[in-house]
Design a protein around this ligand. Structure first.
Ligand code: GLN
Length: 308
């Protein structure tokens, strides 16, 4: 089993290696400083095997892959009804940073775009900003099975330049979606996006979701089973933003990308997949990461609607 999977991952890796499409994110200045050719592909199974190839130990910031994790923590902290009163679950078909609310419900359309993610951050319980961030950091660490930390340079870079996200925060405040200080919610969002992970961490985070919320190696619970389905559902419909439709037809797995170059995908009950490759396509998704997931899904018949 191990050798067959290793061989397939190696083959997919080699097939994608020459793909230099896309460009580094540079709207967060610090993200433009990374090595553009970094490339890793990791698969973790729900029984705890990790298969890896390439730069599996390179650290990069989790960025928007944080969104489903914080959404899950908000569900645990406030309950599904209170979260649903603030954040819808409809695909937006819009870019991740769109300054928009649904015109009818006046809520963010889903938790995977920035408006919904900043709202989810505002729902995290804790006495003060430091405690709220520490709860987020510990939650992500439980998913990964090791202690994760903040990349201060990326955080400061985004905090300095993130005017669009601050505009979204204040829009949310003016519509009564965020009820406390919107700058605090946006700051928590910037911090959660700046948590460092490796591709191996992302594969284990995905495998934890695939394993119904329990880390396959540590046995620790990151998310209650009753919330896992909700998180995977919004990843399925909204995780790849305005490329969600193409992704679901071609890869067919719940997934989430981040502008740091990570992508993760989940085959419930079986495996977590992660790719790191920081050149992004026009949607802000890793160009080579999307290709690698597509090739892996085809080679292993992973599409969740695949019949026999
Ligand atoms: N921190 C980034 C932002 O809000 C995350 C975006 C992303 O990864 N798609 O712009």
């Amino acid at each position: 089993m191990r050798t067959v999977v290793d061989a397939i991952i190696g083959e997919v890796y080699d097939r994608c290696r020459g793909n230099r499409d896309g460009a580094l994110a540079d709207y967060i200045p610090e993200l433009a400083q990374v090595r553009p050719d970094g490339f890793a592909l990791c698969v973790a199974t729900t029984d705890g095997h990790v298969y890896e190839t390439g730069d599996a130990d390179t650290e990069f910031t989790i960025q928007s892959i944080s969104k489903p994790l914080t959404y899950g923590l908000a569900l645990a902290d406030r309950g599904p009804a209170a979260v649903a009163a603030k954040i819808d679950v409809e695909p937006s078909g819009e870019p991740f940073n769109e300054i928009s609310l649904d015109p009818v419900t006046e809520r963010p359309r889903n938790p995977m775009i920035n408006a919904g993610a900043i709202t989810a951050a505002s729902l995290i319980a804790g006495d003060d900003p430091a405690e709220r961030f520490e709860r987020v950091r510990r939650c992500y660490s439980t998913y990964a099975g090791r202690e994760l930390g903040l990349d201060r340079r990326v955080y400061e870079s985004e905090a300095r330049t993130g005017h669009r996200n601050r505009a979204i925060g204040h829009m949310l405040r003016s519509f009564g979606i965020v009820t406390d200080d919107p700058d605090e919610a946006v700051d928590l969002y910037f911090r959660q996006c700046s948590i460092n992970v490796t591709c191996r961490d992302l594969a284990l985070i995905a495998a934890t979701l695939a394993n119904n919320g329990t880390h396959p190696r540590t046995g620790r619970r990151a998310l209650a089973p009753e919330h896992v389905e909700q998180v995977l559902s919004v990843m399925t419909s909204c995780g790849m933003y305005d490329a969600a439709g193409e992704w679901i037809t071609q890869v067919g797995l719940p997934a989430k990308s981040g502008v740091g170059g990570g992508v993760l995908a989940v085959l419930p009950g079986q495996i977590g997949i992660a790719v790191y490759s920081p050149r992004l396509d026009a949607h802000g998704n890793s160009a080579r990461g999307v290709q690698a997931c597509r090739e892996l899904s085809r080679t292993l018949d992973l599409h969740f609607l695949h019949v026999g």
